[in-house]
Write a protein that binds this ligand. Structure first.
Ligand SMILES: Cc1cc(Nc2nc(/C=C/c3ccccc3)nc3cc(N4CCN(C)CC4)ccc23)n[nH]1
Length: 279
């Protein structure tokens, strides 16, 4: 039950699962129930140093209140003199990011399954007025059935990717985020398009040598589709509709919107010929 007072004595700590920016995540077992969890250990002096205890508290309150099959549970937390311990659901399948690197890219069916899970999880978050803002492959885990779990608290673990921008890659930020504008739910929807692209092609659409090039490509919504791997027209339409429309809608003139409508007309008409969108 999430109301009881936990302490370190309640857990046997296992192997480290990963190292975050503010602490480590360990496999752990609750002694009485033998229930397997992941224990995220954060050092209080790190909180002071980076001045993020308010962010941590907000994220923990949000995470505790969320109950969704595709969002990793935060069962509770406790602290001692120098550390804060988060008792998290253990996802047995590991990081989705490693799956993507292992296979290069996902099949359309696999990508569609993951995007559908992300979509219902984000819709659930938006109903609860939670905007996630930080969805990226590094923050996605898989359970024992391969089901996707959003694992981040908006609480950045040191991004383990080889990507040039080690701390918080720009790749997934929508134009308004990149321009540091106030953003709303559309930011998460934009990210869905970016992830859909990355699941199908193996890399995000605006990845560039330098951060400034990524920035420029995001602002231009400079989206292009390589000829291989061969991705269906419906999938490319979906990505275009989700990114180009949101990208331009927020920060460009209505002339762009008109062409976006044209794109939408075309994409919707392609649906009319009975080619069902598989997402
Ligand atoms: C919070 C949490 C993690 C978690 N499960 C796992 N986390 C991480 C890596 C975690 C991590 C943490 C901080 C920074 C970077 C990575 N790696 C994992 C690797 C796993 N395996 C088992 C499956 N193998 C195919 C690959 C290695 C299983 C679960 C993992 N459940 N709940």
């Amino acid at each position: 039950n999430s109301k009881r007072k936990w302490s370190l004595q309640d857990f046997e700590i296992g192997k480290p699962l990963g190292k975050g920016k503010f602490g480590r995540v360990y496999l752990a077992r609750e002694v009485k129930s033998k229930y397997i969890v992941a224990l995220k250990i954060i050092f209080k002096e790190q909180l002071e140093k980076y001045r993020i205890h308010h962010q941590l508290r907000r994220e923990m309150e949000i995470q505790t209140s969320l109950r969704h099959p595709n969002i990793l549970r935060l069962y509770g937390w406790f602290h001692d003199s120098e550390r804060i311990f988060l008792i998290l659901e253990y996802a047995y399948g590991g990081e989705l990011y490693n799956e993507l690197r292992k296979h290069g890219h996902f099949s359309e069916e696999q990508a569609a399954t993951y995007i559908a899970s992300l979509t219902t999880a984000l819709a659930y978050c938006h109903e609860k007025h939670v905007i996630h803002r930080d969805i990226k492959p590094e923050n996605l885990l898989l359970d024992h059935e391969g089901r996707l779990k959003i694992a981040d608290f908006g609480w950045s673990v040191q991004s383990r990717s080889k990507r040039h921008t080690m701390c918080g890659t720009l790749d997934y930020l929508a134009p308004e985020m990149v321009e540091n504008k106030a953003h709303d739910y559309a930011v998460d929807n934009w990210t869905l398009g970016i992830l859909c692209y990355e699941f199908l092609y193996g890399a995000p659409p605006f990845e560039s040598e330098s951060q400034s090039d990524t920035f420029k490509r995001i602002m231009k919504v400079d989206l292009s589709f390589p000829s291989s791997p061969n991705v269906s027209m419906e999938a490319r339409n979906l990505i275009s509709r989700v990114t180009i429309c949101i990208g331009y809608e927020k920060s460009w003139s209505n002339s762009i919107e008109a062409s976006c409508e044209g794109l939408l007309e075309k994409a919707l008409s392609s649906e009319d010929n009975g080619a069902p969108l598989d997402y």
